[in-house]
Ligand binder design. Structure first.
Ligand code: ADP
Length: 294
């Protein structure tokens, strides 16, 4: 099954054009949608999840017309929104049972089995009788995955899932998602490059509502190999370097500023750097920003 987004645009009532002619074809596996805050990721996720209307364009999931056959789409969709609110005084097991009931699993015994299997899968079976209000951020996210998995969805949308998780929780969450991604379409929307590097076999970068790059992460990184150079500079030299070179990122290193630039050959006093997905991300964003400031 494939998710095909064709020329999708969205303008909100206040005039903000959040999506501009977005076209993407997404296959089974983990797909990373990477972009800065305000890029349009949530607008795209909510539209695919049938939670809001598009202004124009189309989305198909297999034979389903996502923008029209919303009810059918919801049967095969799992959605983990950015802010996953939980009822603090309800246990994990009771809440999951209730959501399964809402999703149409009416047989009580079948529901109990499904809830157990899912709680085991997300490693929350030992805390099934604890109130959700006592859960850590990582546990809440894993509970969110469990509810998104009810009914064996064919498409799972996860919006900014690792914000606020500590490194150990983030790792556990990565492992869980990559297991799920094996036979489902999973779209992971994030502004954290590391999430995509660790998890996704395909990706797109979105900025100001437009897709500005797409492909395999490794292929995108390869295209920059041999073109990334770094140099440690004083903070007050930054504007000089910005004027003289294509600076894609700056990073504080032990009180000094390290800049990464893109150039076809090595300028004097610069060091070669192995290209990374972060370099791809920052160079594409910088390119896009340049087109609007010129
Ligand atoms: P992201 O998820 O990448 O941070 P969003 O899709 O939330 O981006 O936002 C894209 C743009 O659309 C932003 O400029 C945002 O302010 C605007 N926007 C998002 N939701 C709404 C809304 N409901 N009404 C008006 N503008 C919105």
């Amino acid at each position: 099954m494939q998710l095909v987004i064709d020329n999708l645009s969205k303008t909100y009532a206040n005039g903000v054009q959040a999506l501009k002619n977005v076209s993407l074809t997404i296959n089974q596996g983990m797909f990373g949608l990477l972009g800065p805050n305000g890029a349009g990721k949530s607008s795209l996720m909510r539209t695919i999840a049938t939670l809001q209307e598009a202004s124009s364009g189309s989305i198909t999931l297999g034979n389903l017309d996502v923008l029209r056959e919303k009810h059918e789409v919801r049967k095969v969709l799992g959605y983990l929104p950015q802010e996953f609110g939980v009822y603090p005084r309800v246990t994990a097991e009771t809440m999951l049972d209730h959501i399964a009931d809402l999703k149409g699993i009416v047989d009580k015994k079948q529901r109990k089995e499904i809830v157990h299997t899912l709680l085991e899968k997300v490693n929350l079976i030992h805390v099934r009788n604890k109130n959700l209000g006592t859960f850590s951020g990582g546990m809440k996210q894993r509970f969110g995955v469990a509810q998104a998995l009810i009914g064996n969805p064919k498409l799972i949308i996860v919006d900014e899932p690792t914000a606020g998780l500590d490194p150990a929780e983030r790792n556990r969450f990565y492992n869980l998602l990559s297991e799920i991604g094996e036979n489902t379409i999973v779209i992971l929307s994030t502004h954290i490059v590391e999430d995509v590097t660790n998890l996704c076999s395909n990706m797109a970068i979105i900025c100001l509502g437009e897709v500005i790059a797409q492909g395999h992460p490794a292929g995108l990184v390869e295209s920059l190999q041999g073109k990334v150079w770094s140099r440690i500079i004083e903070k007050n030299e930054l504007s000089f370097f910005r004027n003289s070179f294509n600076v894609i990122s700056t990073q504080l290193k032990a009180g000094k500023t390290q800049i990464h630039i893109i150039n076809d050959f090595r300028p004097d006093d610069f060091k070669p750097e192995e290209a990374s997905l972060e370099d791809v991300y920052f160079s594409k964003i910088a390119e896009k920003m340049d087109t609007i400031t010129v």
